[in-house]
Design a protein around this ligand. Structure first.
Ligand code: SAM
Ligand code: MG
Length: 215
């Protein structure tokens, strides 16, 4: 019978990664995507930048938009202090199902909530659902034309506080020009670019780190 790419990625994790060891899960996925099938994970090169930004931010509340198979979820969550929880949003139920199993394999299931649905529907419900004041760290990695409406929605819902860090992937490839324009020329944000390459390729890409300054 035919399988999907996320199922094959999960299979590679089940076979090659040590249960309860997030680093071995990351390594198994990177190996699979470099040598067997490309997939849209943030990947190892940009992942190292993501790690640094998470560590310097030291967040106690984290939101990720775009879970896919849970690669970046595992990357971020493995760096969080014990009490910190991460909420990740995925609109494709098949991807969410795979992500939960990848996260479980890494032993991080108690720190992660995988929410199934569209970011625009779920963001306004987050304060009530989780009793959250604001997110200290937000990773944007869903469809690129949603970056701008969703950061504005996060602002409108009061979910960004002074010092909140929003990190956006793929701002060069495929690119999010309207979003970059918004965060770079806006007194509410202090923004900088980290150049790297599209996951598992030599194509130029990068991440944009935007720190909310309050209004
Ligand atoms: N962050 C993941 C990683 O690095 O491992 C990769 C995420 S992948 C690039 C983007 C994902 O966002 C897809 O799985 C897609 O289904 C999901 N997505 C796109 N738009 C969305 C939206 N508006 N709300 C929720 N999920 C969305
Ligand atoms: Mg990405």
């Amino acid at each position: 019978t035919r399988t999907t790419r996320p199922q094959r990625l999960l299979q590679a994790v089940s076979i090659n990664a040590v249960r309860g060891d997030p680093d071995s899960v990351i390594k198994a996925i990177d190996h699979f995507c470099k040598h067997t099938e490309w997939a849209m994970n943030v990947g190892d090169e940009k992942g190292a930048i993501l790690d640094l930004v998470v560590m310097e931010t030291c967040p106690s509340t984290v939101l990720e938009l775009g879970t896919y198979c849970g690669y970046s979820t595992v990357r971020i969550t493995r760096l969080l202090p014990p009490a910190t929880k991460l909420i990740t949003v995925e609109m494709n139920p098949e991807y969410a199902h795979v992500a939960r199993q990848v996260i479980q394999h890494a032993g991080l299931q108690d720190k992660v909530c995988v929410l199934e649905g569209e970011s625009a529907d779920l963001i306004p419900k987050m304060a009530n659902m989780f009793g959250i004041q604001a997110f200290d760290f937000v990773f944007l990695d869903h469809w690129k034309d949603h970056y701008l409406p969703d950061i504005r929605l996060l602002e409108d819902c009061g979910l960004l506080a002074q010092g909140s860090v929003v990190l956006a992937d793929n701002v060069v490839c495929p690119g999010a020009p309207d979003y970059l324009n918004y965060v770079r020329y806006n007194l509410k944000y202090s923004s900088r670019f980290y150049q790297a390459h599209l996951e598992y390729t030599r194509v130029l890409d990068g991440l944009e780190r935007s720190e909310y300054q309050g209004d």
